[in-house]
Design a protein around this ligand. Structure first.
Ligand code: G6P
Length: 608
């Protein structure tokens, strides 16, 4: 959500900024802009266009070697040209790009207006440009001081970068709630909201923490706190390279990422399965066997698909470790004054590690002294750092808004955690071995499911003209149905609703007719007969049924059957999720949707 890139160095800034914005497109945005400092003046180009459109508007680049750029996801004010970032002060000296929300912006705007400032946008950000310029005019010793003075007056969340036309050799960045990472190159320094925009130029990065500022020059960076205390930070090396973010021969990232799943799951399992004790080895978690015995309950927290994966994780935890477990949206948890027991383990789940609601839930847990563990994909992300101990997903960069390989790796990680806890508690050696073998077989079985893509695509095409769809499942199939409905909603814009198969008779059956297809998720478990009965009830009311199953169903039961290989019962949901990704993908493709960047959605939601 919103993307920032800043550059100060020896090369022409404009192409580097545009390329950086292109790498951040996946975060979701509705307008774009950039500012460079050239011959003592700012040159600002911004509009409600895609990054490709911005490139056309920029025309011939200047020789400027510093600048800032932004992709905006509208919060305060419509997605118009005027509201696009960067924003400048009246004299055109200061340019600001900003992610987050300034909560007291109305008051700041009113005050500035009373002092004769005319605003050219409806944004909360513009006030920052005017305030910084005013602080410089009032004698601030440096741009950093002017930014610091301004931030003392600001309430809310921000990641921001400031450029001063009169001092183009430096940029000032500040973070409070919205991610910023500095890239340290050879005679050039970059700053961006995520490493995707940096790795083409450098692998050496420095993460800014909340409440920190940084001044960047081509050859140096200096970090400090809001109250001007210097903080020394050493760059760390990220393993990602530009190729990790390339599409290669794929037509979109979602398709690429779906097909990366066998490799992604293999990476998640690498070195983590222990045959000697039939358990899992998870080096990143600081939980001893004694700690496991002291845990009485496990609560998973996440948002969106991470929440549905968490629900699947809760099921795995109960089955494998026989620990009561449930999942709750982090966005709800943080606001309901949650009870934090000392014997509950809280597990925060996030692909990006930047989702504001999940981070806020973690902060609330920290404040109340809850036991915490993170399950995160992005190394170095705010959540990974806040949790300190946890499991990395090793899914590799996920660019498509709709999460696929990260969700699968979340489920696999929960299975390993359940196995580890189970083997400390009641799970037998033989059952442990069964799960270890089941996990080991997953990459091959996932590849088998993906090989069935042509048949799944054919079913998707057949049902793509439906206006609404039901997704049903019970027990192990229920979180799968929820995630399947989520995928379809996100990328095809069809109305999809998940329901427990067992609850169908208590209301939604009234909606069934021939125009309402149902995707019935049927694991090959002890509930097959119940699931078959549900399908028959739907069929009896004329509803078309697409069964997604690892069971042997009676011939002719469903209108279409998508089969997945048999696996250990507990691991069934992991495999059943995959055809639903392909189903949603092919419905969206048939409908001509912008699959990687669905309307109104952002990859990481860094505001409330
Ligand atoms: C957004 C995305 C979803 C994602 C959710 C949680 O809503 O559109 O695809 O599942 O955020 O993201 P996280 O990075 O915390 O897993």
């Amino acid at each position: 959500m919103c993307g920032i890139v800043g550059y100060v160095g020896h090369r022409e800034a404009t192409p580097i900024l545009l390329e950086g914005l292109r790498r951040l497109e996946y975060r979701g945005y509705d307008s774009a802009g950039l500012a460079v400092a050239h011959r003592g003046r700012l040159r600002v180009t911004k509009a409600a266009v895609r990054v490709a459109g911005l490139r056309d508007l920029v025309g011939t680049p200047t020789q400027a070697t510093s600048g800032i750029a932004h992709t905006r996801w509208a919060t305060h004010g419509e997605p118009t040209d005027a509201n696009a970032h960067p924003h400048t002060d009246t004299s055109g000296r200061i340019a600001v790009v900003h992610n987050g929300i300034i909560e007291n912006s109305e008051r700041l705007r009113a005050e500035l207006t009373a002092n004769g400032v005319t605003f050219t946008s409806d944004t909360d950000t513009e006030a920052l440009a005017h305030l910084i310029a005013a602080a410089l005019a009032a004698g601030a010793a440096s741009l950093e001081d002017a930014v610091r003075t301004t931030l003392r007056r600001v309430e809310g969340a921000y990641g921001l970068v400031v450029l001063d036309a009169r001092k183009p050799g430096e940029l000032v960045a500040a973070r409070n709630g919205s991610p910023l990472v500095i890239g340290v190159g050879e005679d050039e320094t970059l700053v961006a909201s995520d490493v995707a925009a940096l790795v083409r130029h450098t692998q050496r990065v420095v993460y800014l923490e909340d409440g920190e500022l940084a001044t960047l020059t081509a050859t140096d960076f200096r970090t400090s706190t809001r109250d001007a205390r210097t903080i020394d930070k050493e760059p760390t090396t990220v393993e990602l390279t530009a190729e990790d973010y390339d599409l290669g021969n794929w037509s979109d990232f979602m398709h690429k990422e779906i097909h990366e799943q066998p490799a992604a799951v293999s990476r998640a399992l690498l070195g983590r399965l222990d045959d000697q004790f039939a358990t899992a080895r998870l080096g990143g978690i600081e939980v001893t066997a004694r700690d496991v015995h002291a845990i009485r309950r496990v609560k998973f927290l996440g948002c969106g698909s991470a929440y549905y994966a968490a629900q699947l994780g809760a099921g795995l935890m109960e089955e494998l470790a026989r620990l009561p477990a449930d999942a709750e949206p982090a966005s709800e948890f943080r606001y309901r004054n949650p009870v934090i027991d000392s014997d509950t383990l809280f597990i925060a789940v996030s692909q990006s590690g930047e989702t504001l609601d999940t981070l806020a839930a973690v902060r609330e847990l920290e404040r109340k002294g809850g036991r915490l563990l993170g399950v995160v994909n992005v190394v170095g992300s705010a959540l990974a750092r806040a949790c300190g101990n946890g499991i990395f997903l090793h899914a590799g960069p996920e660019v498509a808004v709709a999460s696929t390989k990260a969700v699968t790796n979340m489920a696999v990680s929960f299975a390993m955690l359940g196995l580890l806890f189970g083997r400390v508690r009641d799970l037998s050696f033989a059952d442990g071995q069964r799960i270890v073998e089941g996990l080991r077989a997953l990459p091959g079985q996932i590849a088998e499911v993906l090989d069935a893509e042509p048949e799944i695509a054919e079913v998707a095409k057949r049902y793509a003209d439906a206006q609404h769809m039901f997704f049903t499942g019970r027990v192990r199939g229920w979180p799968v149905a929820r995630e399947g409905a989520q995928k379809l909603k996100e990328i095809s814009y069809l109305h999809a609703e998940a329901y427990q198969a067992s609850e169908l008779k208590h209301g939604p059956l009234a909606l069934i007719d021939k125009s309402m297809p149902t995707v019935a998720v049927i694991p090959g478990d002890e509930l097959v007969a119940k699931n078959i009965a549900t399908v028959e009830e739907i069929k009896a009311r004329g509803g078309p049924v697409i069964a997604v199953t690892s069971a042997d169903l009676p011939d002719g039961l469903a209108d279409a059957v998508i089969r997945v290989p048999r696996t250990e019962l507990e691991l069934n949901p992991i495999l059943l999720t995959l055809p639903l990704q392909l189903f949603a993908y092919h419905v969206a493709l048939t409908l001509g949707r912008d699959i990687d960047k669905p309307r109104n959605l952002a990859k990481s939601v860094t505001v409330e």
